[in-house]
Each structure stands twice: as structure tokens, then as C-alpha cells.
Design a protein around this ligand. Structure first.
Ligand SMILES: Cc1cc2nc3c(=O)[nH]c(=O)nc-3n(C[C@H](O)[C@H](O)[C@H](O)COP(=O)(O)OP(=O)(O)OC[C@H]3O[C@@H](n4cnc5c(N)ncnc54)[C@H](O)[C@@H]3O)c2cc1C
Length: 666
């Protein structure tokens, strides 16, 4: 056993854990869950409830890992709650009409969105059973406009239709963690999975497990499984890397979500879709989320006033001036429902908002910056719902915002909170992460996911034995979506595993992966992970930014290839933590390449995908209203298209409900 790490680079780095590189442990299980975030935990619980032996592997620590690890305050599309006036089918039809055929970015794609609408409330009842407060049991909000007196459920955004539920979800991960233990799920914390194992080592064959490395001890793990669920979240921070602006501002979502799951599935031969979609990112140039005054999302629909105390008016989607606060939470006359989500929002689901001509009126001097969130001016229930229920339970806000501000003396009954001063054209807008703007070359794979694995109505990927859930899926999703698709994939994978034959492992495949994984430990004079990663983000910024064309994208691919062969092959790791970071860089190269290849394959510009090709400037041509599907076979890129709503075309049934009834395996 080694007791310290090899001094690979010049200096020795102190490391507090015993290091045991190459020591190999084999785990056998029916269902292997890769990524113990929201989707992974729900998947593990569902699979265990079906009677399968389940193991969960998590790069961080399941008790708080993932983007949902710090909490949740609103639970989307709970269409089956007893107060909802919208059925799952109505919700899907409305969102589909509103977002178009390529609907993505927090909306998922067809099947995952339908599964969300069908099972969101069931998943919420599950977490209530695990100890999370989803009702106002203490009657703190008795009589509030957003509360149902009988069930004590509380709603957000659309008080008429009541499909989004407010909850006290700050401790949701510890509750899920306890339930995993209760169900007998084997938990492997601090193990980063590095590759998928395929039957007989053949690319494109049945997936029969995964390899992993402990990020503290460096030990190697071989997980053999009859079914595997990938739930490692989206591939984040490909464009921006900031070591100075860390903590709650560097990135909105979990920094461990570096695209490893996608890179592993790509190497195994799985197909992907929507990988060309991306969205602007504020990177580190923002304030801690929900820590400045605003009127969106968690702070919806707080009154804003200008520096003279003049209130910014609200209008409904048709531009009708709203006179009361209560009207901000209701659809316009004749409007079916409001769905509060990221822009662009179409008219069908656009909710009340601050006057859209606010920028011009600021420039004319009618409203004077800076603005303030006027919590004292809000009705008492709404004030306490925002700065209490919501900010007290939303991810990353309980301690840095709610507790710290309160301890520092901030009193929502008396104090206003200043909004950050944005350029007038952005004032009052629900911009991504609304609390900051980055330069145009900073992008992100989209809050909620964007591109991901292609899947069918079983949430199975294109590889036998491999299922996916949460933001790993093409189209991504939100917290409730991760919970709903997790429990669905868990059921499906367990049923498959309980009838599947034993995995046939190829030792050569494992040994090859072992040498790849430990290469940075044995490397001498290369570069460290930070330098490597900074270089990779430059490739994405320069060659996959707003200004894309064939030449630029191809140059980006050449750069990735060159860096893979030179700097990446010599990158060093002085301890298991650095090893994880270097391996993440390798994943980032692979995911960057997938994005560039997918971007080359879409020879058209698309507004829904926020995708602009300078050499194909016309936007949204009907013949490009289709999905680009991409995979590699022995290093050769293969693409194909799928038509809009391919999930309702043969061999699938013609309606959402029929497909769900046929596959859901309840
Ligand atoms: C601050 C914040 C607030 C939010 N609030 C809400 C809200 O109120 N409502 C809502 O609907 N949504 C909300 N979201 C979004 C929601 O949290 C995500 O949609 C949800 O967590 C996605 O679940 P997931 O399981 O796909 O990914 P995650 O929960 O991020 O889980 C992915 C897991 O995979 C692990 N992992 C990654 N790579 C590896 C590897 N190689 N090996 C092993 N494990 C790996 C990660 O460590 C992580 O634990 C919020 C997100 C953030 C960041």
C-alpha cells in the first residue's frame, strides 16, 4: 500500500487520506445507479421497492450532492394534485404548442415531460412520506390566496390553475439519503465513475456495469450490473472556468456535473440529441442567486420600485395593466394557464410581468435606477412566502441569503432589497440567472440540461441495459422532472434486471480503462488540471460561441484533438482529488467534441435552441424542425435526423397517454 501520493509534479502535495492506487474492488448488483442526485436517489428507491439489489455511486456525498442538494422551493407540473385545474394531457399540449417541436431547456422533450406531468405529484407524495413538509401543516399561511384550506397545499405562479407547489425542501437530500439506507441501497460516496462496461467489451453492446475511482483514496472500483441508470446531470461549465469567483456565484448548478456520464455513454456508443443547444451564461459575473432584489422565479411576483419609490407597473400577457398584486398570479382573460420558466416564453403561457417597455422608460427618465424589491409593500402572506418559505428553502439560499441576511439585521417587514444595476435594456427582464450578465462568448449547456441521451418510452437509451433520468436526458428538466423520471427509470431498470442474464465482462476493457485512469498519476512534467481546463474553456469560447460557422467549428475540433494528444496526455495529478479534476477535463474534451459535431450537423439557425450558424443565417426553416441524433462508432461520427414528435410515431403509439399506459410499469 502506498501511504502518500507520488510527487508527480515538482512539489509534493499534502494529502490527508491513505492512498491506494490500483487496489481493485468488485461490486455485483442488479441495478447500478450512476450519480446520486435527485434523479439517482428516486431511481434507487424505486428500483429497490421493486425488489432489485441496488447500488448507487456518487462522486460527491449523496447526503447533499447534486444541483438539488441545497434545496428546492417549487415543484413543477404537479398536475395530479387534487387542486390542479390542468390535467397532464392539457399541460403537455399547452407547453408543446407554446415551445414548438424542439421544446427543451427545463421543459424536457416529449416523453420525459409527460412522465413529469403524470408522476410529479406522486414523487412529491413520496418525499412527504420521507419527511419533507409539502403542506402548511402549522397554518402559518392560513387564509392566503395561494393556499388550499382543505389540503393545506400551497401554490406558486398560477393561483388559478394550481399546478406548481411550494414546499419546504431545504433538507430534501438528507431525507432521500435516509430513505436509501432504509431501502437497503448500497451507497458508494466519493467514487467517480469513469467508464461504462459493455458486454464482451464491444462498443454498442449491452451495458453491464461501470468502472470508478475513489476521489480520496484513489482505489479502483468495478461495478458489475444487470441494468444501469445514468443520472450524472448535465455537462456544465464547458465555456467558463473561474477559480476566483467560487461558491455560490461561480456556477448556479453543482460543479461535480462535468459531463462524465455523457462522455462515458458516448464512448460506449449511445446516441445523443439536442447537443447543439446552449444558452448565455453569467459565469462568475453575478451575485449569489436570489440574493439581490428582483421579481422572478423564487421572488415572483415581488413589487419593484425605483430609487424615488415609484412602483414599476405590471401587465398581463396581453399588455393589460394590473391593479392588484393578486392579479400577478392569474392568467389573462381567455388564457388557459401560466408556466413560469426561462425565456423565450410564448404568448400561450406567458404570465404577468413588469411592463415590457421598461428599458425605454428608464432611458427617458421616467424610472430611475437603482431599483428595489419592495417586500414591505407586498401583502403579508406574499412577503413571507418570498422571504421565508421560498428563499428559506430554495437551493443555495437558505444559509447565504436567508440566514445571513436575517442575522445581519435584514427585516422584510421594513427593509427593501436593492436589485443589481443592469444595463437599462436588461432591467426587469427574466434573464438567465437574472442577477448578472457575462460576455457573449460565455455560454452554458442550458439551465436544466439541454442536450443529452436519446431515450425511448422506457427511458432506455439506445444501448441495451442502459437507462437514463433527470438532466442526463436530452431536453433536461427540473427538480420534479428528475424525481419523476428517476422513479420511472428505477422501475423499468429493476424489471429488466430481474429478468436479465448475468453480465459478461471483458477483462481487457477493464485493464485498458485502468491505465487511462491512472495515467495522470504517473505523469511527470505535464500541466495541472486548472491550466488544462482553462485552455478547454477557451476552445469553447472561441470556436463554439454565438458566431459559429463550419470553419470555426472544424477549427475547434482540431484544437480538441491537438490538446488531447499533447497537453491532456501529459496532465498530472498529485493526489486523488486532482486525479478526479484531470479526468473531468477528459470528459469535457469529449463533451465539447460532441457539441461541435452536433453543431456542424445542424446546418441551420434555430431560435428555440439559441443556435446561430453564420453560414446558415435564416432561422427556423421548416425542413430543419427536426432532431439531430449523433453517436460515434469506433471513432467515426454518425448522425441521423428524427422528425418532430418522433416519440408519437411508429413503432410508438399515437398518443402520450397510450405510450405511458403501455410502458409506465406502475
Ligand atoms: C440553486 C438551485 C436551485 C434550484 N431550485 C429548483 C427548484 O426550486 N425547482 C426545480 O424544479 N428545480 C430547481 N433546480 C434544478 C434542480 O435542482 C435540478 O433540475 C435537479 O437537481 C436535476 O437532477 P439530476 O439528478 O438530473 O442532477 P443532480 O441533482 O445535479 O445530480 C447529478 C449527480 O451526479 C453526480 N455525478 C456527476 N458526475 C459523476 C460521476 N462521474 N460519477 C458519479 N457521480 C457523478 C453529481 O455529483 C450529482 O450528485 C435548482 C437548481 C439549483 C442549482
Amino acid at each position: 500500500m502506498q501511504t502518500n501520493t507520488k510527487p508527480a509534479a515538482k512539489e509534493i502535495c499534502y494529502w490527508p487520506y491513505s492512498v491506494n492506487y490500483n487496489k481493485e474492488t468488485t461490486i455485483n448488483t442488479d441495478v447500478l445507479i450512476i450519480g446520486g442526485g435527485i434523479a439517482g436517489c428516486h431511481a434507487a428507491i424505486a428500483a429497490a421497492r421493486k425488489g432489485a439489489k441496488v447500488a448507487i455511486v456518487e462522486k460527491g456525498s449523496v447526503i447533499r450532492s447534486g444541483s438539488g442538494g441545497a434545496g428546492v422551493d417549487h415543484w413543477h407540473c404537479a398536475c395530479k394534485n387534487p387542486c390542479s385545474k390542468i390535467t397532464p394531457d392539457e399541460m403537455v399540449e399547452t407547453i408543446e404548442t407554446a415551445r414548438g417541436n424542439l421544446f427543451t431547456h427545463e421543459y424536457g422533450t416529449g416523453p420525459s415531460f409527460y412522465i413529469l406531468c403524470k408522476e410529479s405529484y406522486d414523487a412529491l407524495l413520496d418525499v412527504e412520506e420521507f419527511g419533507i413538509k409539502i403542506r402548511d401543516v402549522d397554518d402559518e399561511f392560513a387564509g392566503a390566496d395561494f393556499r388550499d384550506e382543505e389540503t393545506k397545499l400551497m401554490f406558486a405562479y398560477d393561483y388559478k390553475n394550481r399546478h406548481c407547489i411550494r414546499l419546504a425542501g431545504a433538507k430534501i437530500k438528507p431525507a432521500l439519503y435516509e430513505q436509501l439506507k432504509h431501502q437497503g441501497v448500497k451507497i458508494f460516496d466519493r467514487v467517480m465513475t469513469t467508464s461504462l462496461i459493455t458486454e464482451e467489451g464491444q462498443q454498442g453492446a449491452r451495458v453491464v456495469g461501470a468502472t470508478g475511482v475513489n476521489v480520496r483514496t484513489g482505489e479502483f472500483f468495478l461495478f458489475k450490473s444487470k441494468a444501469t441508470i445514468l443520472s450524472t446531470g448535465p455537462s456544465l461549465r464547458l465555456w467558463v472556468f473561474s477559480t476566483e469567483l467560487t461558491g455560490s456565484v461561480d456556477s448556479h448548478e453543482d460543479p461535480n456535473c462535468s459531463g462524465d456520464g455523457s462522455a462515458m455513454a458516448w464512448q460506449a456508443g449511445a446516441e445523443f440529441s439536442l447537443m447543439e443547444a446552449s444558452t448565455p451564461s453569467a459565469g462568475g459575473l453575478c451575485y449569489p442567486a436570489y440574493g439581490t432584489g428582483n421579481a422572478h422565479n423564487t421572488w415572483f411576483a415581488c413589487t419593484l420600485v425605483d430609487s424615488n419609490g415609484k412602483e414599476i407597473p405590471w401587465v398581463d400577457r396581453d399588455g393589460r395593466m394590473l391593479k392588484t398584486v393578486s392579479e400577478r398570479y392569474r392568467p389573462a382573460p381567455g388564457q388557459k394557464l401560466i408556466y413560469h420558466g426561462p425565456p423565450p416564453i410564448s404568448n400561450e403561457i406567458q404570465g404577468p410581468r413588469l411592463i415590457p417597455d421598461l428599458p425605454e422608460r428608464i432611458l427617458k427618465g421616467e424610472f430611475v435606477l437603482p431599483f428595489f424589491a419592495d417586500l414591505p409593500g407586498m401583502p403579508e402572506h406574499e412577503r413571507r412566502a418570498i422571504f421565508g418559505l421560498m428563499v428559506g428553502n430554495e437551493g443555495k439560499t437558505r444559509v447565504p441569503i436567508y440566514e445571513n441576511y436575517t442575522q445581519a439585521g435584514f427585516d422584510p417587514d421594513k427593509d427593501m432589497l436593492q436589485a443589481n444595476v443592469l444595463p437599462p435594456e436588461m432591467a426587469g427582464k427574466h434573464i438567465p440567472y437574472w442577477n448578472g450578465v457575462g460576455p457573449p462568448q460565455w455560454r452554458e449547456t442550458a439551465f436544466g440540461g439541454g442536450g443529452g441521451l436519446l431515450y425511448d418510452w422506457d427511458l432506455r437509451t439506445t444501448l441495451e441495459g442502459l437507462y437514463a433520468a433527470g438532466n442526463q436526458l436530452a431536453g433536461g428538466g427540473n427538480h420534479a422532472g428528475a424525481a419523476a423520471t428517476g422513479r420511472y427509470a428505477g422501475r423499468k431498470a429493476a424489471t429488466y434486471a430481474l429478468n436479465a442474464k448475468e453480465p459478461a465482462i471483458n477483462r481487457e476493457q477493464i485493464d485498458k480503462e485502468k491505465s487511462r485512469v491512472y495515467a495522470p498519476v504517473n505523469s511527470g512534467d505535464g500541466i495541472g488540471w486548472k491550466e488544462l481546463r482553462a485552455g478547454l474553456t477557451r476552445i469553447m469560447q472561441d470556436y463554439c460561441s454565438v458566431a459559429k460557422n463550419k470553419e470555426v467549428l472544424q477549427t475547434g475540433l482540431q484544437w480538441f484533438e491537438s490538446i488531447r494528444e499533447s497537453d491532456a496526455s501529459m496532465a498530472y495529478a498529485r493526489n486523488p482529488h486532482e486525479l478526479m479534476r484531470v479526468l473531468e477535463c477528459f470528459s469535457r474534451i469529449t463533451v465539447g467534441e460532441i457539441i461541435l459535431h452536433a453543431s456542424l450537423a445542424r446546418k441551420a439557425s434555430s431560435l428555440p435552441l439559441k443556435f446561430i450558424r453564420l453560414d446558415y443565417p435564416e432561422t427556423d426553416q421548416p425542413e430543419w424542425d427536426k432532431f439531430i441524433v449523433i453517436k460515434q462508432e469506433n471513432g467515426v461520427i454518425k448522425t441521423r435526423d428524427l422528425p418532430p414528435k418522433f416519440w408519437l410515431k411508429p413503432p410508438n403509439a399515437p398518443t402520450y397517454k397510450e405510450n405511458y399506459d403501455r410502458h409506465s410499469n406502475l
